[in-house]
Ligand binder design. Sequence first.
Ligand code: WQD
Length: 341
Amino acid sequence: MKVLLTGGAGFIGSHTCVELIESGHEVAIVDNFSNSKPEVLNRIARITGKDPVFFEADVTDKSEMRYIFDNNNFDAVIHFAGFKAVGESVAKPLMYYRNNLDSTITLIEVMQEYGVNNVVFSSSATVYGESNKPPYNENMPTSTCTNPYGTTKLISEQIFTDATVANKDLSVVLLRYFNPIGANPSGLIGEDPAGIPNNLFPYVAKVAGGKLEKLGIFGNDYPTPDGTGIRDYIHVVDLAKGHVKALEYAVAHKGVEAINLGSGKGHSVFEVVQTFMKVNDVAVPYEIKPRRAGDLAESYANAEKAERLLGWKAELSLEDMCRDMWRWQTQNPNGYDTKNQ
Ligand code: WQD
């Protein structure tokens, strides 16, 4: 298949690009490098031996998107492009609504102009909000999210759903990610957050690598076995493989389907830190800090539907995630900033 990846130079997009190429698909990427760097494209080529077709453009720019669709005959699209920092979304809600919703609407409009009817959307477990209790399943009501970023995912899911009602030829798979972490085992691509990482895993890796002094553990008084927050961590390569399966499902079906991509297992912050130190024989100094606003005690998936509908389940362990993340960190201490390697 010929597939367009919007935001395909990002963390999950680049890993999905590699898995698609390695599964024999043809890939084009559109990205404006707002949260990624051109070096990723070289790394994808080094891993796969293939240069994905690349367009530097903003998905909200309809004329740019028309140019891309004019020059390619896509079978499907995977829509990754969007801002994704929870904290930033609280400070800049209008920027998040404008960018994330405008890109979704523009993409669907242009897909329909060119008769492209298969799309996989990068959604998030955050749509389950606070009123549901884990393990989250796809039949649960998606409620109000605790932040504008999550709400843009919720509204985008609704936009895609309504579009399938209006256009019976449209096929949409909404992938609800849990906590994607780790890196491709080559160590050539990985997570490269701008500035100080918000998320646990990249923060741990930078502390272990001496780039940051100490990890702050946000609360050890949650109602969990060791008091720290529990999350469903999934290796980014497993997640990427789930996208290949979701694409094949979208092409073979019509309508809309929400599917969790999680391991179905929860791990606490302490477990992550201890596993990272043990597997990589490194120190991760930490201190206990107050809880972070908006954090849940527990979040993990009921992963049954992905196995039933896609024939997919997460296979890599927390140890694999820690090992692969450390290889990425040690081989790329400054991420893709190759000038300061
Ligand atoms: C994990 C655990 C923290 C940092 C977020 C988004 C979600 C998705 C994945 C996009 C929690 C604890 C964290 C730190 C810590 N992103 N923690 N110290 O919050 O589960 O999910 O990223 O789709 O939408 O909300 O991930 O990695 O930030 O936190 O103690 O410096 O680690 O309290 O228990 P989260 P996270």
